[in-house]
Write a protein that binds this ligand. Structure first.
Ligand SMILES: Nc1nc2c(c(=O)[nH]1)N[C@H]1C(S)=C(S)[C@@H](COP(=O)(O)O)O[C@H]1N2
Ligand SMILES: [Mo]
Length: 320
């Protein structure tokens, strides 16, 4: 049963901030194992309510897979206060506060490598490439929790087309900002910095692969990867690299931070696959944040109709 009861997934914007829903989400979270802190925060204790500028004129294309229907969107308060972002904190409910002062003025994304028109884009340049669309995607973390998130952005393919990939570009590599002065946990060795991710080029060109600049109709907040991140909804959340400064077309499979850290636990492909357990836990079900019971995890996170063709002939248990 949905924690949001009869409330539909298509929620008018003012309800995102509705106090009653927010308390209700907190009450549900109270019943969840290991979410005591989330419960306290959702009930107003230390809850960080990050405000960012509203994005005007979002479009809502209805292409297959672009907008989840029949599943409640996760309350904005939960998305803002339950994060994985190791550059700031390894505590999911500590990221929002640790990242609150992160400044993104003057941000640039260098797109280069095997392409005819390598270009460095500022945020206005990125905005000019395509109008932002609202995409409502399931988000499935490899840790077996999930959300439904209204992102804003456009297909990464539109950016890649601008730089004209060469025919020998087989993969795309992504890199997060490296700046320990602004990302305090980069002075620790909890991970190798900068955070790196990668996709095969056909995955990167798939319309569902979203270059993301917004959340709930507003610019991305720091804790969710401001000012620009990737969201690849059929893959585990760690593939969705945050605060990107560099995108490189290459002819080799790029390194991925979590894959290098523990190759037997975090595959390069990392496609959501309920029948391939993580070595330390099952991936068959998931805790949807804000709901009481568990949900069955869906193959490709429910995007199989759109993406299964990318993997025909591959043994998905070997290439997890
Ligand atoms: N640079 C960077 N990107 C990152 C991470 C991170 O620690 N650093 N965590 C990943 C993981 S494990 C998940 S589940 C998602 C979480 O995104 P969210 O906090 O916006 O929900 O971001 C991913 N992107
Ligand atoms: Mo994750």
């Amino acid at each position: 049963m949905s924690a949001m009861g009869d409330k539909d997934v298509v929620t008018p914007p003012h309800v995102y901030f509705n106090r009653r829903n927010f308390m209700r989400a907190g009450a549900i979270a109270a019943g969840m194992a290991g979410t005591g802190l989330l419960y306290r925060r959702l009930n107003g204790v230390d809850l960080v309510m990050t405000e960012t500028a509203e994005l005007g004129g979002l479009t809502r294309p209805a292409e297959p897979g672009f907008r989840v229907t029949g599943e409640a969107m996760t309350p904005r308060e939960s998305i803002l206060n339950y994060n994985n972002y190791y550059e700031f904190s390894t505590d999911k409910d500590g990221v929002a506060k640790a990242a609150a002062d992160f400044k993104t003025a003057g941000w640039k994304v260098a797109v280069g490598g095997l392409c005819h028109k390598p270009t460095t884009f500022d945020l206005d340049d990125l905005r000019r490439i395509s109008p932002a669309e609202e995409r409502v995607y399931r988000m499935r973390c490899v840790e077996a929790w999930s959300m439904v998130i209204p992102w804003a952005g456009y297909s990464l393919s539109k950016l890649l087309e601008r730089v004209q990939p060469m025919s020998d570009a087989t993969h795309v590599a992504f890199e997060t900002l490296l700046d320990p002065a602004r990302m305090p946990n980069q002075s620790t060795d909890v991970l190798d910095w900068p955070y790196l991710e990668g996709l095969r080029i056909d995955e990167a060109m798939h319309p569902l692969a979203l270059l993301t600049t917004g959340l709930y109709g507003h610019e991305l907040p720091p804790q969710d990867g401001a000012p620009v991140r990737m969201v690849i909804p059929w893959k585990y959340g760690f593939k969705g690299i945050k605060s990107i400064v560099k995108i490189t077309l290459t002819s080799m499979q790029p390194p991925s931070t979590w894959n290098k850290r523990a190759p037997d636990e975090y595959g390069f492909f990392a496609n959501v696959n309920p029948s391939h357990p993580h070595p330390r836990w099952s991936q068959a079900s998931e805790q949807r944040i804000g709901e009481s019971g568990r949900r069955k995890t869906l193959m490709f996170n429910g995007y199989g109709e759109q993406v299964a063709r990318l993997y025909s002939g591959m043994d998905l248990d070997v290439f997890f």
